[in-house]
Design a protein around this ligand. Structure first.
Ligand SMILES: CC(C)(COP(=O)(O)OP(=O)(O)OC[C@H]1O[C@@H](n2cnc3c(N)ncnc32)[C@H](O)[C@@H]1OP(=O)(O)O)[C@@H](O)C(=O)NCCC(=O)NCCS
Length: 218
């Protein structure tokens, strides 16, 4: 699924559960040494996916440590993103000549628990999501909004190295086109000599999974 919402030239890998052949480097083992089995499983399989994608990109597929605020530390000359949720793990990597930053996020295609939409959505986003839920009920728009915000953050963080609150971006979905625009209300993102007031995203809801991506092209 993931390759359908990321640009050509990126490399991806995904798994619909944990893979018995997935292993960790000793340095990665240390990151999850006290973790519960579920966390170990998703971390290990997502790292395995990331190494498959790195190999396809022709990049070193070594240990991927966890850096500042949880961001994965990619090898020199690689940008990428990792996601996992119940029943799905995925990674995407790209060369900076093509992509400056990328974020991906997967969520189960289920309504958000009660109260979460109010906590993560701006007032006008809540209105838009309620309208979409009424007009296109087969898509869990509230969960999609949540996922899209996570993708915005994962693309934002490597550029800005600071947290972005949920109210820091206002998202507008194109329900037919499978795209969305994130208006960066917290201030622009700086990508090299560019000042970005918006991020462009793509989304997909299939197989019980909601998937989103945000790409900042080079
Ligand atoms: C970090 C966060 C985005 C992770 O999202 P999630 O849906 O909980 O979890 P996912 O499984 O999809 O993603 C987890 C992966 O994201 C990556 N990640 C974590 N922190 C990151 C960061 N600061 N920057 C980029 N990627 C990050 C990691 O690879 C992590 O997996 P790993 O620990 O196994 O390496 C989320 O926990 C969070 O802190 N959200 C608050 C910030 C936010 O979303 N703001 C909205 C702005 S509009």
């Amino acid at each position: 699924m993931i390759e359908r919402i990321v640009p050509a030239g990126t490399e991806t890998a995904e798994a619909y559960g944990d893979l018995p052949e997935a292993t960790l480097f000793p340095e990665e083992e240390l990151i999850v040494k006290s973790a519960v089995a579920k966390r170990r499983g998703e971390f290990t399989t997502a790292r395995h996916c990331a190494r498959q994608a790195l190999t396809r990109l022709g990049a070193p597929a070594g240990a991927i440590l966890t850096g500042e605020r949880g961001a994965p530390q990619w090898p020199e000359g690689v940008v990428g993103s990792i996601t996992h949720c119940d029943g799905y793990r995925a990674a995407v990597v790209a060369r900076p000549a093509l992509v400056t930053s990328i974020g991906i996020d997967a969520e189960p295609a289920l309504p958000l628990p009660s109260g979460v939409l109010d906590a993560v959505a701006l007032a006008d986003e809540q209105v838009a999501i309620k309208e979409l839920l009424a007009s296109v009920p087969q898509v869990p728009w509230d969960r999609l909004l949540f996922s899209a915000k996570e993708s915005v953050y994962k693309a934002w963080f490597p550029l800005m190295r600071r947290f972005l609150e949920f109210e820091g971006a206002r998202l507008v979905f194109d329900p037919a086109g499978g795209t969305f625009t994130a208006h960066l209300l917290a201030g622009p993102a700086i990508a090299g000599n560019r000042t970005l007031h918006t991020f462009d995203g793509r989304w997909l809801s299939e197989n019980g999974i909601v998937l989103t991506s945000v790409t900042v092209p080079a």
